[in-house]
Write a protein that binds this ligand. Structure first.
Ligand SMILES: NC(=O)c1ccc[n+]([C@@H]2O[C@H](COP(=O)([O-])OP(=O)(O)OC[C@H]3O[C@@H](n4cnc5c(N)ncnc54)[C@H](O)[C@@H]3O)[C@@H](O)[C@H]2O)c1
Length: 256
């Protein structure tokens, strides 16, 4: 049995993760935290705990894994707190600064196991593999990444688009990155990254490789956040009790 706690329990992702956890075999929700709605019953009857009580409650309840889908500023504190208590982690929150990433890394390494991914869907992990393959085969083609998300998304570009940049750099070596273009903007050999925001788009990512007379597009579209939520619950089951360190969703999907 994997006993999970969720921070961001009343958010779009938190709500679905709790639903997926209720469906999963051998997963039990033992606490849900949010900054609003304290006392409100979550699926299964557990009331929302005020996020200010996170430390005391985790100490008392001792979940196996804390799943965090909040905002970057809060997630860093939540991760440091849980890691200090020896609780393994699944972190889906995006939009971390380099400093925030360093803080989380040093809190986790040598202490607990954590799966950190800007995208917990199975499809995007295959998408990244295809991107590596195509970028390596079409080395001289211009590369643009176009992502689209709903109008409530706080960070831009998406964590998935930034992870895609890193995947391409791994395949092709260091490259300049240009975020959007305006005015006189002659194209060099950079990777262009473009963020579209509107309506209730769950999450689209396109990598466009354009050469002379042709272009190739690799596209992933999430229709429902369930794709991320089920991946996060699967990651929680996988990460429990692993050796300390930071793991990716590819580690979860590829492990036997
Ligand atoms: N990794 C993935 O697969 C994936 C998929 C979708 C979204 N995301 C990311 O997950 C995050 C959450 O997305 P969302 O759409 O659910 O947002 P949301 O705004 O619907 O939910 C965030 C929730 O976190 C709560 N919160 C804020 N500070 C908190 C704190 N200190 N403690 C506890 N709860 C706190 C908010 O009140 C809110 O209920 C974003 O960073 C988003 O980019 C990741």
């Amino acid at each position: 049995m994997t006993r999970i706690a969720v921070t961001g329990a009343l958010g779009r992702m938190g709500t679905l993760i709790i639903q997926e956890a209720a469906r999963a075999k051998d997963v039990q929700l033992v606490a849900g935290f949010d900054v609003t709605g304290a006392g409100k019953p979550l699926l299964g009857g557990i009331p929302v705990t005020d996020a200010r009580l996170l430390g005391d409650t985790l100490k008392e309840i001792k979940p196996d894994v804390l799943i965090d889908f909040t905002i970057a500023k809060a997630a860093v504190e939540n991760v440091c707190l849980a890691a200090a208590l020896g609780i393994d982690l699944v972190v889906g929150t995006t939009g971390f600064s380099a400093d925030q990433q360093t803080r989380m890394r040093s809190a986790i390494e040598g202490h607990v196991a954590a799966v950190i991914s800007p995208n917990f869907s199975m499809g995007i992990n295959v998408f990244w593999k295809l991107v590596v393959q195509e970028a390596a085969s079409l080395k001289d083609y211009d590369i643009e990444i176009i992502e689209a998300h709903h109008n409530q998304k706080k960070d831009a570009p998406s964590g998935t688009a930034l992870a895609t940049v890193e995947v391409i750099k791994k395949a092709l070596g260091e490259k300049d990155v240009v975020f959007g273009r305006e005015g006189l903007a002659p194209r060099g050999k950079e990777i262009g990254v473009h963020a579209v925001r509107g309506g209730d788009i769950v999450g689209d990512h396109i990598v466009l490789l354009a050469g002379t007379g042709e272009r190739l597009e690799i596209k992933h579209q999430a229709h429902s956040r369930t794709a991320f939520a089920s991946g996060a619950v699967r990651a929680a089951q996988w990460v429990k009790g692993r050796s300390p360190g930071i793991y990716s969703m590819a580690d979860v999907l590829e492990s036997k």
